[in-house]
Design a protein around this ligand. Sequence first.
Ligand code: HPA
Ligand code: ZN
Length: 322
Amino acid sequence: MTHKTLPKIELHTHLEGCAPPAFIRGLAKEKSLDISGIFNPDGTYAYRDFDHFLQVYEAACTTLQSPQDFYRLVKAVLEESASHGVVYQETFVSPDFCGGGDLAAWRDYLAAMESAAAEAEAEHGITLKGIITCIRHFGPDAAKPTAICAVETFGDFITGFGMAGGEMVGRPGDYDYAFDMAREAGMPLTCHAGEWGGPDMVADTLRDLKVQRIGHGVNAIQDTNLVAELADNGVTLEVCPGSNVFLQATGGWSDHPIQKLRDAGVKVTVSTDDPPFFATTMTHEFDMLARTFGWGDADFNEINQTALEAAFCDDATRAKIA
Ligand code: HPA
Ligand code: ZN
């Protein structure tokens, strides 16, 4: 059973986290950087737990040093995504990893990503949109210039604002300045919550940052009232089951809460997060959902429809990918 050719809409990926290890090794070699410690002998990324994953991720990012590097990254990532049937992808991009949060530098990186995305669309029929994310463990002060980059470049390609990084650092409300700025500019919002934090983290994120979508959100399952609230308010969860299973944020596939959340009427979508880091692809996610929960074409169609409605893009793009 493979779902490789089924069309897919993916809302939650981290651009640098989609970089194949061989791609990062190649950049490191070109630049004579020694990052051999972040790889296993078999060439895959090596890390012990989520906090170490974030360190390895940032070490991999040190090889991405120019707009041209990001151009090549976007081309490589979209070719791979398209090979798994992905027709529309949203990806988190962070000015912190593109010139350190400087707006002028950010514009150059962004132009390179946009031209790569346009070429990939022509070549593979896949549409990419970018969601600018601040990095939670870099702190609230670093989130402000990130929000400035976001509001200044919000448009056809940059279509939303969010937050990634270490979920257990601070509280959501600490980042309200950045989220307020993005919301006032009309940007749709999402934030990682309830992957490591409990239902209280999801509830505080909704209350204090007023986001439309939650990255992960799976720990909401521990609070029946919160689950009902998510369903009533139409909050969309960007669920990444393979990531959760690999990082042991949840139990194994058969214990994963996606089915229970869906049964409770919560809008759930399916994404890979950082596919080469978590040994997954969109094909693998769909295959495992079919095998574990018996999902078939009607279920996958519903998931795609939910993702299409929750996508941070304009209606013309929505019509094109529907
Ligand atoms: N979760 C949170 N922050 C991240 C991730 C992730 O999977 N990848 C890169 N930054
Ligand atoms: Zn994520």
